[in-house]
Every structure is written in structure tokens, then in C-alpha cells.
Design a protein around this ligand. Structure first.
Ligand code: SF4
Ligand code: SF4
Length: 363
């Protein structure tokens, strides 16, 4: 990797929502032949790095398709990683001449944005939606493109929560530190000790929110965040009143922790991959197609309840293949599907967009 791309990679970790593209291209991994698998991913530099790491021991081709440098899921839901992206790299990469087959493996999470029927019609390539995570690609290929249930499901494990918390901690602390130290020129009360105290509150609220809250069994993200904040506020008050006896710190800590909590509570569920964005749902209900949050503006897909027109279902199982929450159940008796635990649907729209019989709707 070039020095420029290494620097880009480092920055992209913390500023990923702005998009960090690399040139769309075709990469040969190992010693591929005309029979070797062809994989495709988006051109977000961090995703490319992770996919390359996961497939480094395979012999295959990897197509990097344009997505404005946005990651697979956000790109597919926000219209940046779409059918055109796949068509363009298929046509310009020369892959047609390198392989004898026409099977292309896409990340499962690209399903909301990419239409396999159009791609087949325009290029002759058959699309298979592979596993959710790049680390599962080798076993998916080894199993002759069969995806286990575990490989279809999006998770939010401890390591991902730490990563997400670090991301938000970094972004918000850079912003707050800048404002704090500029203000300190005019307000001598803002000293180093108060700054360190501020950062400590930051760590407790942001990391605590990400690490603990997904386990709190309340319905809304807002309730989770405010329950946690209530406990933190109590600790802050007791600590200030009985241990350091400092009124200034007490007032500052209360105001500051309430401010961060307001930001986190705005759409805590939407910050995770396992819950529906409450802000997105609210914005969609108001009739807006775009939502503003923190520093970005995001295109919305429809929010609402999934309705199955069961009589039209042809039992193709595509919804099962693309649902990252594993909510569809196949009924062997009548060869149709049912939705279980609909409250767990995150409205990614993958099933609705890819249903071959168009019998799924969002109401
Ligand atoms: S049921 Fe919900 S979570 Fe599953 S694919 Fe459909 S919209 Fe996405
Ligand atoms: S994708 Fe549509 S037609 Fe196919 S099984 Fe699911 S609901 Fe039925």
C-alpha cells in the first residue's frame, strides 16, 4: 500500500462517514485461474483493507466498485453503492476475459442497493449474496457458496462496540477540546484539571453507552441512554458532594454530561447495526427523505412495518438470504415464508427490494 493510501487509511478509521474512496479496480489475489471465484466490494478504503486481509490466502479476483468511498451497508442503503456501481466495474475491469464462469459474489449487506436481475439482464453475470462479514468469505467459498445461518446475521459484539465508541469518542472529543481550549483564553476558570475531568465524563458516557446499553432491555434507545445517565448523574453528585466538595465541578459535570447524553440519546439505536434508527423512523414519518445527525446528512429508506402478501409468495427464499436479522422463517408445508419477531426488523429494506415476487411491502 502506498504512503498516501496508508495515511488515508488511518484518517478513514475516524472520519469514515465522509467517504474515503480508492480507485475502482480489479485485484488478483494469489494465482487465480479462469475457474477462480470473483468477489466484489465497495471502494471504501477500510473495507477494501479488511476484505483483502480476509481473502489473502485464496486464489480469486476482487473487483472494487465505486461507492463514493462509503462502506457497503451505508452505501447500499444511501444509494451510493448501487446496481450502476457493479455494472460499471464489470464493464471496465476486463473480468469477462479472465474467467470462464459468470458468477459474482457480493457482500450480503449490499442487497438493499443492488439488483441482481438488472445485472443479469445487462451483463449475463449471476449475483450471489455472500456472507455479512468478510472473515467468512473463505469458508463460504469452501462450502460451495452455501451460507450458514450465522454468516447471514449482523452482530454487535464487544469488539465492534469498542470500535464504535472509540470513533464517537474521538470525533466528539476533538470538537469539544477545540472549543474548550479556545474558550480557556477568555475564561481562566477552564483549567487543565477541569479539562481532564471533562474528558473523563466523556469516556464514562460514550464507552458506557456503547458497551452496556445494548444489554438494557428497554424498548427505545432514548430510555436506555437516560436510565444510564440517571445513574451516572447520581454518582457524579455523590462524588462531588462527599469526596471533592467542589461546587464548580458539580455544576460543570452535570451540565456537560447532560449535553453529551442529549447527543447520544438523539439516536442511540441508530448508532448500532442491530436496532432501527429512531431518528430515521421519526424523520420518515414526517415525510422527509433525508435525516441530519451529528455532522452528516443521510438518505433514508422507507420505515414502517413489513407486510407479507402471502398469497403471492413463491417461496424463493431470497428474503431469508438477505435479511441481516434472520427474521424470515420458511414454512415447509405451504412453501411460503413468515416473519418472526417483526419488532427486531431494522428496516434495511433488503427483503422488500429483492423479493422476486414483489410480495413484501413496508407500511
Ligand atoms: S425484515 Fe427488516 S431487517 Fe430483515 S431484511 Fe427486511 S427490512 Fe431488513
Ligand atoms: S423473497 Fe418474496 S417471494 Fe421469495 S420467499 Fe421471500 S417473500 Fe416469498
Amino acid at each position: 500500500m502506498s504512503v498516501k493510501n496508508s495515511i488515508k487509511l488511518g484518517i478513514s478509521y475516524f472520519f469514515r462517514w465522509t467517504g474515503f474512496p480508492i480507485e475502482p479496480t480489479l485485484i488478483k489475489i494469489g494465482n487465480p485461474t479462469s475457474e477462480s471465484p470473483v468477489l466484489l466490494t465497495c471502494n471504501f478504503i477500510l473495507t477494501v483493507k479488511r476484505v483483502l486481509k480476509a481473502i489473502k490466502n485464496l486464489d480469486c479476483y476482487l473487483l472494487i466498485a465505486p461507492s463514493k468511498g462509503i462502506n457497503v451497508w451505508c452505501g447500499a442503503c444511501g444509494d451510493d453503492f448501487r446496481t450502476d456501481s457493479v455494472l460499471s466495474i464489470l464493464k471496465t475491469s476486463g473480468i469477462d476475459d479472465l474467467v470462464s464462469h459468470r458468477t459474482l459474489i457480493l457482500p450480503q449487506l449490499s442487497a438493499p442497493g443492488i439488483d441482481p436481475i438488472i445485472i443479469k439482464k445487462k451483463t449475463g453475470w449471476n449475483i450471489i449474496f455472500g456472507p455479512v462479514y468478510a472473515k467468512d468469505i473463505p469458508s463460504f467459498i469452501e462450502q460451495k457458496f452455501c451460507k450458514s445461518e450465522a454468516q447471514r446475521i449482523v452482530r454487535f459484539p464487544f469488539s465492534h462496540r469498542i470500535e464504535m465508541a472509540t470513533l464517537y469518542f474521538f470525533i466528539l472529543s476533538v470538537l469539544v477540546s477545540t472549543i474548550y481550549w479556545i474558550s480557556a483564553f477568555f475564561l481562566p476558570i477552564l483549567n487543565l484539571l477541569l479539562y481532564l475531568d471533562t474528558i473523563l465524563i466523556f469516556v464514562i458516557i460514550i464507552y458506557g453507552t456503547m458497551l452496556i446499553l445494548p444489554s438494557i432491555p428497554t424498548e427505545t434507545g432514548k430510555t436506555k441512554v437516560w436510565i444510564y445517565e440517571g445513574i451516572i448523574l447520581l454518582i457524579i453528585v455523590l462524588f462531588n458532594l462527599f469526596i471533592i466538595f467542589n461546587l464548580l465541578y458539580l455544576i460543570w459535570n452535570i451540565i456537560f454530561s447532560l449535553l453529551i447524553t442529549l447527543i447520544m440519546a438523539e439516536d442511540f439505536h441508530g448508532l448500532t447495526p442491530i436496532y432501527k434508527s429512531e431518528l430515521g423512523a421519526k424523520t420518515w414519518k414526517k415525510g422527509d427523505k433525508k435525516m441530519k445527525f451529528l455532522f452528516g446528512e443521510y438518505k433514508l429508506q422507507p420505515y414502517g412495518q413489513i407486510i407479507i402478501k402471502r398469497d403471492k409468495c413463491i417461496g424463493c427464499k431470497v428474503c431469508i438470504e438477505v435479511c441481516p436479522r434472520n427474521l424470515y422463517l420458511f414454512d415447509e408445508n405451504d412453501k411460503k415464508v413468515d416473519l418472526r419477531n417483526p419488532e427486531k426488523c431494522i428496516n434495511c429494506n433488503a427483503c422488500v427490494k429483492r423479493c422476486l415476487a414483489q410480495c413484501l411491502e413496508i407500511n
